[in-house]
Design a protein around this ligand. Structure first.
Ligand code: ZN
Ligand code: ZN
Length: 232
């Protein structure tokens, strides 16, 4: 499996793109500017077959309309995209497509799958477990365990310290998650807490994303830059 860190910055980050991680043909989050980021790293939109959304903040979701219009212009509508996310996805996607000239056609070429907390789904060899995270008062926000070929990858953007964050750490081989600033607040986890979990769950490899422009680094956590590739 090939993991590409498409965007590793938080919303205010000047140096890096918004959150997006590609696992083979499976994109997790599509923050504002992700289509440009994909182009920068020579990743073709037609190579993406699945998009999994964590929550509906613009730095995780807002390039979805642009992604579909780009596919339309490139003549890639023959491939049906599976869009997967928390409850409310269908309504939001319909809203996005209403704003575009080719909305109805785009909607016909899209399969939308809404997930409920703690209910596993199997989609074409990917097993996905959604767990509710704590991101201030925003709901729903899901973290995920994505399993394929006996590899388990955790994705936790956005969240502060909470039981389900630890549940994900406990059950995965790789954890890609929110390390927004140095210290945690009600909405986000800070690098300090993120590092404590990395020390506790030594069998799991931790990758800090959704990072601000801070320069702090340590030996317990990996700090990918946009475009970095991890082969597992
Ligand atoms: Zn958010
Ligand atoms: Zn965010």
């Amino acid at each position: 499996m090939k993991i590409t860190f498409v965007g590793t910055g938080n919303m205010g980050c000047k140096k890096r793109g918004n959150s997006s991680v590609l696992i083979d043909d499976f994109l997790i989050d599509i923050g504002c500017g992700t289509v440009k980021q994909l182009g920068k790293f020579d990743i073709e939109t037609k190579s993406i077959k699945y998009i999994l959304i964590s929550h509906y903040h613009s730095d995780h979701f807002a390039d979805i309309g642009h992604f579909f219009v780009t596919r339309y212009i490139r003549g890639e509508l023959n491939n049906i995209i599976k869009l997967i996310g928390p409850i409310g996805l269908k309504e939001r996607i319909k809203g996005f497509f209403k704003m575009t000239e080719h909305g109805e056609e785009l909607l016909e070429r899209t399969e939308i799958i809404e997930l409920e907390e703690n209910i596993d789904v199997n989609i074409d060899g990917y097993k996905i477990r959604p767990l509710a995270l704590t991101h201030g008062k925003i709901k729903p926000v899901y973290g995920y365990i994505v399993e394929k070929d006996n590899k388990k990858i955790g994705y936790t953007c956005d969240t502060t310290v909470c039981d389900n964050f630890e549940e994900i750490c406990r059950n995965v081989d790789y954890l890609i998650g929110d390390a927004n600033k140095i210290t945690s607040n009600a909405n986000h986890m800070g690098l300090t807490d993120f590092t404590e979990y990395a020390k506790k769950y030594k069998e799991c490899k931790f990758y800090a994303i959704h990072r601000g422009d801070y320069e702090e680094r340590n030996e317990f956590v990996n700090f990918p830059e946009d475009g970095d590739i991890l082969k597992i």
